[in-house]
Design a binder for this molecule. Structure first.
Ligand code: SF4
Ligand code: SF4
Length: 467
């Protein structure tokens, strides 16, 4: 019987658990290669954007600011408010469908290239770990060693550095919500003065250090919802990291000559480099985060054995089985159509939100108040909103559909100035009961922006006694 390699994974359990279901910590081998270099550049590009973006101000305004208490969201100097919910919904849905569309064509590029979990762990946390504890084999040895002086010192230094890094990441994150200039002032104050914010910062820091420093690949394997959706989003025409079985098999067994086996020499370099502890030769797996480590590891072996690179490569299942690539599948076209629809909806919502928008509401309390035997009063609240650049608008209310002599609009001022993002304007209408038919009368509010001459018409109903 052929003796199994120590790196051969168990047939029916994860590489990150032992016989008793306890966690097995992974120490993936470091790889060098074209994909690793590309990812490194891209990771640093993303990290720099994340760290620098909240420090960019234009005309005193932070480039991206999500001020939740004020319900004000600023993106590249364009402002959204809570009443622009449709625009925000289009942005969120657009992002989700964009990720779905990209995944259906390029596979899990999000996981391997842009997920904060992968980016921060690979580019920063693992670098710190390597700096303090050494190469993967030394780290494994240290992990298994009893608690001696060396282990205590190295682990303490590593976790202190992790803490400093996590604090930096969490403060930057908060800078997107409270404003970076504001955050400097807050950070210099006593924590008790901003206790809620201080608690939020501690929670975020705790999550970052626990996840990026300790939980790591476990999150991708057992907790990430996006990972669970792969089988729905991807199909045989989606790009993935794949092992070319036709080329690789039969893989080498001990004592075989090169002419007796395929290109795979069963060296396990791909398995040893995998951060989620899987063997890609077993086919597409939920645990694969498309990090490309196994491509570089295997390409290196192919060069050394004088075989062409690409035994493990980015490809589609359909192409690797000789049926060609079909990028424009029904699923991808469906994603594209939905994305175009969302883009149109977004553009339409933005154009509709320019200038003033209004909503007519009935005032709180009773629907009408009897003023005399012949007159009744109705109370309305007209909600005025504006987005983008907040300007001063002179606004005038009038009504249409009722003869002038039969009603009177009672307001503190009309026209009046509207200078904020949101205003509730009380409007009282006193009218002759004679205009009512069975206790009600339809009419139209005419709301005119005197600065732009924009006229908004809103239907409403006057109500009063039935006789
Ligand atoms: S690295 Fe390549 S050659 Fe080595 S085991 Fe993996 S697939 Fe086979
Ligand atoms: S199988 Fe390859 S691409 Fe997938 S997670 Fe492991 S090393 Fe990364």
């Amino acid at each position: 019987m052929t003796k199994k390699s120590q790196f051969e994974l168990h047939d029916s359990r994860l590489g990150t658990t032992d016989d008793h279901g306890h966690r097995v910590f992974l120490f993936p081998e470091e790889v060098k290669g074209i994909w690793r270099s590309r990812r490194k550049v891209f990771y640093w590009f993303l990290i720099i954007i994340y760290l620098v973006l909240p420090w960019i101000y234009i005309n005193g305004e932070q480039l991206i600011l999500l001020n939740i208490p004020a319900r004000e969201f600023s993106f590249f100097t364009y402002k959204f408010y809570a009443h622009n919910a449709p625009i925000l919904i289009f942005i969120i849905l657009g992002f989700l469908f964009f990720i779905g569309f990209i995944t259906s064509i390029f596979g899990r590029v999000w996981c391997g290239w842009a997920c904060p979990q992968t980016v921060f762990i690979d580019a920063l946390f693992l670098r710190i770990e390597a700096l303090v504890e050494g190469k993967p084999r030394q780290r494994k040895k240290l992990q298994e060693a009893p608690w001696n002086r060396e282990k205590i010192v190295k682990k303490t230094i590593k976790w202190i550095l992790f803490l400093v890094l996590s604090l930096h990441i969490s403060h930057t994150f908060l800078g997107y919500f409270v404003g970076t200039h504001n955050l400097i002032g807050i950070s210099l104050q006593n924590p008790s003065e901003n206790f809620t914010l201080f608690t939020i910062m501690l929670i975020i820091t705790g999550i970052i250090i626990a996840d990026f420093g300790w939980f790591r690949e476990q999150f991708c394997i057992i907790a990430c919802p996006y990972g669970r959706m792969q089988s729905v989003i991807m199909d045989e025409n989606s790009m993935a990291i794949l092992y070319d079985e036709k080329r690789g098999e039969p893989r080498r067994q001990p004592g075989q000559k090169p002419s007796e086996h395929g290109d795979c020499i069963n060296c396990y370099a791909c398995v040893k480099a995998c951060p989620t502890g899987i063997d890609i030769r077993r086919g597409v797996q939920l645990e694969c985060i498309a990090c490309t480590n196994c491509i570089d590891a295997c390409d290196d072996i192919m060069v050394k054995t004088n075989r062409p690179k690409g035994l493990i490569r980015y490809d589609t299942q359909s192409n690797i089985e000789g049926r060609g690539r079909h990028i424009f599948s029904f699923r991808n076209i469906a994603y594209l159509i939905v994305l175009i629809g969302l883009l149109i909806g977004f553009i339409f919502s933005v154009s509709m939100s320019q200038g003033i928008t209004t909503t007519v509401l009935r005032g709180p309390g009773t629907p009408f108040r009897v003023q005399s035997d012949t007159k009744t009063l109705n109370h309305f609240q007209i909600v005025l909103e504006q987005s983008g650049d907040i300007k001063t608008h002179n606004v005038k209310f009038a009504i249409e559909g009722v003869d002038k002599e039969n009603y009177e609009i009672k307001m503190q001022r009309n026209p009046f100035e509207f200078t904020t993002t949101h205003k509730r304007q009380n409007v009282f209408i006193v009218f002759n009961n004679s205009i009512l038919e069975k206790g009600s009368r339809k009419f139209t509010f005419i709301i005119t922006d005197l600065d732009t001459n924009k006229v908004i018409k809103k239907e409403a109903v006057l109500v009063g006694p039935t006789k």
